[in-house]
Design a protein. Sequence first.
Length: 532
Amino acid sequence: MTMGRVNPSFRLEEQGIEGLGNVYYNLIEPALIEEALKREEGHLGQGGTMLVSTGKHTGRSPKDKFVVRTPDVEDTIWWENNPPMDPAKFDALYQDMLAHMKGKDYFVQDLFGGADPANRLDVRVVTELAWHSLFIRTMLRRPERDELDDFHAEFTIINCPTFKATPDKHGCRSETVIALNFEKKLILIGGTEYAGENKKSVFTLLNYILPGRGIMAMHCSANHAPNNPVDTAIFFGLSGTGKTTLSADENRVLIGDDEHGWSDRGTFNFEGGCYAKTINLSAEAEPEIYATCSMFGTVVENMVYDEETKELDFEDNSITDNMRCAYPLHYISNASNTALGGHPKNIIMLTCDAFGVLPPIARLTPAQAMYHFLSGFTSKTPGTEVGVVEPIPTFSTCFGAPFMPRRPEEYGKLLQAKIAKHGATCWLVNTGWTGGAFGTGSRMPIKATRTLLTAALDGSLSDVEFRKDPNFGFEVPVRVDGVAEVLLDPRRTWNDKDAFDAQAEKLVKMFAENFEQYLEYIDDDVKAAAIG
């Protein structure tokens, strides 16, 4: 039975997906919440939020993600980072998933990936869970109702959490699987209820498709100055480094918090929503994000709450550190109506340094920017991936290796060309540890980070005195109004200076060893920055 608004010429049957139970097409938020509650998928929270649990998977499963090895992508996929799946194994997976779906109800959302009409991706998401349909409707760009009449998806995602893959038969690692088939324009997700797999699958698609058109795909947040989209800033960074928090500046216009493209026309958000971490969220520090946790339709994942009042506990991480809320972009009062910006004037690379060595902010030359972009040094924060329970120093190239289907040099060269063409000041910002490594030091004060970013974006930071960092060669401000001077020199924050020197030497060596893989692909000036 078909329910909801649908383009009659583009039903699931037209895609060879037959024999299902009720199929709900493009239901909007109230109906999706009703269906989710009727199916006991979660509970209604304060203000009409949807309170859900994702079961044993409370983060992404990057080791269970595969790309089908077909001739059309053989020479363009970064196979060392994207484990291949045999086409025959994928076909078996697809047929078994379709058989599993027979007779069951499913929810369909037809959505856009990308705010720029000239460069967006039309994607259909088929979900077993009503709340997954609500989630992806929140996170992607929602077509106007009349746009659905001639909507034809370029890619289809099928998410079936109750389906368990068989590794030997399906060519995967476990019962959990995320399989991307670019030839068949199909993504299959099974064995996990973690909703973030849906949105990151679309991001991976765009990360493959757009660079082929000369468009930079970026794991970053973005904002611009009020009434001045030309003054755009982008914030690269892995989950937990502060992309959402730092881009949601009340004095600037929010373009988006996680995924963007940079075309010849400027910056554009891939999404229509935000997916914010809620651990230790407070009304005082982040009032607008905090407020979304009691607004209608917000999906609240894996949070502890009072069974009677449904009051959320933002400090209880007994389920996961990766507790989150997904809300539409327009719930933030200073969000852009268009989700479009200009060419970035400032590029911020956010790192969470668990070694406590990097300064809170540093100015980078274009060559140094390429070095740090390709390095992608940060720390995986607890809960964002399966098995991560404490900060783990890591190099995630382009600040988003799990979502990069192409080799990192492609993204690096695109970014390098755009910086050269349009001009941008590049900064490295450490939101990790100071005064010692993780376990000894403390997290960088958010107030200091905000003060330094404000100075960088309004141009005043360029006027202060800088020193050359002895370990990495970038420029570090000596004094900035409103920031403790000692904080700007990491070595001074450590009680044991010899321990700092040893830690710094260790980190520099880690950078050098990691970067050896790129030396044959990069220009001499970037190579010089790598060598120091």
